[in-house]
Design a protein around this ligand. Sequence first.
Ligand code: GLA
Length: 396
Amino acid sequence: MYDRGHHIGQKFKERFGVQPLLVRAPGRINLIGEHTDYNDGFVMPAAIDREIVFAFGPSTDGRTIIYADDVGEAVEIDLHSIRPDKRGGWINYLLGVIDRFQDRNIDVAPFWCLFGGNIPVGSGLSSSAALECGFAYGLRALSYAELSDEELIRMAQWSEHNYAGVKCGIMDQFASVMGRKDQVLMLDCRDLSYRHLPFAPRDFKVVLFDSNVKHALATSGYNTRRSECEEGLSILQRDNPAIRSLRDVSQEEVEVRKNFFPDNVFKRLRYVTGEIARVQAAARDLERNDLIAFGAKMTETHRGLSELYEVSCAELDFLVERLTTSPHVAGARMMGGGFGGCAIALVRPDAVSAIAESLGDAYRSTFGLELTVHQVNLVDGTGLVPAPNPRQHNTN
Ligand code: GLA
């Protein structure tokens, strides 16, 4: 079996001549609870078996070099002047993390780092959170910093806000660090309290249908949606200053005030308040092991994201429409920030390949695009790569 930890470790040794410390950081899915995190709501994400592995070592020549193996690009960093790189790209996610370490007066000594992985970029699986979190985790180990996991998560989010320009919520970074094998997180984004709920159903598989429409959150409407929510909140606060976030308002309370809001803001608020309630009901479905009821809620979420929050696209609507008319699918919806990326569905295991094939054909003939289908398993969050068992080594 392919062993990414071993592979990345080897590459590091070839390049830098010493043994590295190895860290892996996973991407994430989100079963339900979309665009609720930055409104103090609930989300239900999980870490998945698509990951980035980092190899780290102290530099012996005073230079700090980071090498992105998948794109064959090395960047040398001046630790005395950390600021966003105007050219953009992957390095900014990491520079933002170094910025936070230095801001905490943690002495980051020159180091080498090499990383690579298999999280598709721009598909809504949070490759950027994995990049930030895995890097922060490694840097903590390398610099003997006393930082809690929660602090790492917040530093990673800060980096995304200030170095990548996306005003994201906390969900992606939280899931990448706190995920657990065969479990989903029920996370309350107001105070970051959470529970792990078992999720290893035998009768359904989690399947991702990647539209291959690439989203770019910084340039898309993500930040606009966030400010529309803030606009709605400030209108509500005029009557009732005790309202701290959309979490404090029910869908009915929004509906009776329809005339107070511009149309677009009203739609965003209806969706968010409905979704926050829906995630809590979905958690109860999961506790009862009722995946049919759970799946129906996923499909309702899609409708809201498409018609009220308006972050879907024709390709994702098409995929969800086709998926949800199949008797072998409990529910489906677009996942993540939107404007492209993946649809997530709960599919009967023996129907996965037939659905993938027929949907792939229909998708190609309608949009001229390929559909990529990923079956994913839920795994533990960011951590050290376990020491290799020498007898199992294989570099295929
Ligand atoms: C992106 C953001 C998350 C979250 C989702 C939408 O993935 O990074 O914080 O807001 O979109 O639920």
